[in-house]
Design a protein around this ligand. Structure first.
Ligand SMILES: NC(=O)c1ccc[n+]([C@@H]2O[C@H](COP(=O)([O-])OP(=O)(O)OC[C@H]3O[C@@H](n4cnc5c(N)ncnc54)[C@H](OP(=O)(O)O)[C@@H]3O)[C@@H](O)[C@H]2O)c1
Length: 271
């Protein structure tokens, strides 16, 4: 199986690095290309043992899976570049946010199978939660192959294409929402009188430790919380204060706003 990456930027880098490091396929079967930054491709080739090329005809002649990792606004130029060389064996995997499969196929002038994936930045540490949807002509074996590739940099959740907006909100933008909550926690912590650096360092370790507890436990998050909340104790006092606010409603607003923006952006791209 041969993979070609059109675009070797921030997100594509996390993806092909995860795939190489997990040994799902030989690094020699991975080919990179981009617009013009050849030095970046050289560096990746040296570091990871992957190949790079600007010969589209040769790249597409061998590609089983073609990852499209440009920004959405660069896609039309990319489509023009590769359209003449697409072969029947090419299955496309778009990592571009917002661009519908129908539009991608129209621009590429192909009926070949297309998948859309919505990874998140945690792909850099092998922990992306990646939403995926497949065109109806994506065969079962190919779906399994793509799932394997995605599991190389985290976990996959398959959804109908329309639901990628929700995935974009919950896990695509999710790291930023959690960072924001953690930032507020640090600010509040410093108001209690400890040094800011001390508080920040403690909270980083608190978050890492709590994530590991979630990872290792089969209990729900609610149960993990109950297990450390004694009646009448300090944790209970803090939680009582939190329950005065509609935290669930705040997060619902946050997620609905992100979903609406994702829908708006994909409609703009349709225009
Ligand atoms: N960053 C995230 O957290 C995230 C999450 C989910 C989805 N995404 C999606 O991932 C995509 C890429 O984002 P990014 O942050 O990785 O972008 P990026 O770092 O700017 O990388 C863009 C890449 O596309 C290449 N490119 C541009 N035009 C091209 C062309 N005509 N032919 C071939 N390659 C071309 C660029 O090459 P040069 O360097 O040579 O210009 C560069 O390698 C976006 O569509 C975004 O929606 C990103």
């Amino acid at each position: 199986m041969k993979l070609v990456f059109y675009g070797a930027g921030n997100m594509a880098h996390a993806i092909f690095t995860g795939i190489v490091n997990s040994n799902v396929i030989d690094s020699n079967d991975i080919y990179l290309t981009n617009r013009s930054n050849e030095q970046a491709l050289k560096d990746y080739a040296e570091q990871l043992g992957v190949n790079y090329s600007y010969d589209d005809e040769a790249l597409l002649a061998k590609a089983d899976y073609v990852f499209i990792g440009t920004k959405p606004y660069d896609f039309e130029t990319l489509a023009e570049r590769i359209r003449p060389y697409i072969t029947d064996k090419n299955k496309f995997i778009s990592i571009m946010a917002g661009l519908p499969m129908d539009y991608i196929r129209e621009q590429l002038d192909t009926k070949n199978p297309v998948a859309r994936i919505m990874p998140n930045t945690n792909a850099h540490v092998g922990h992306s939660v990646t939403g995926i949807s497949f065109s109806s002509n994506f065969g079962a074996t190919s779906k399994d192959e793509v799932d394997n590739l995605i599991n190389a940099f985290g976990s996959a959740i398959e959804v109908p294409e329309d639901n990628l907006h929700q995935v974009t909100a919950i896990t695509g933008s999710g790291p930023a929402f959690l960072y924001h909550v953690f930032e507020q926690y640090v600010t509040a912590g410093t108001r209690l009188g400890l040094e800011k650096d001390q508080v920040e360092e403690s909270i980083r370790n608190l978050i890492i430790g709590t994530s590991k507890m979630i990872e290792r436990s089969e209990l729900s998050m609610g149960q993990l919380r109950k297990n450390i909340t004694s009646k009448g104790g300090t944790t209970q006092a803090g939680l009582n204060a939190l329950s005065e606010y509609d935290i669930e409603g705040i997060f619902e607003d946050c997620l609905r706003s992100a979903v609406n923006r994702s829908i708006e952006l994909s409609n703009q791209d349709d225009d």
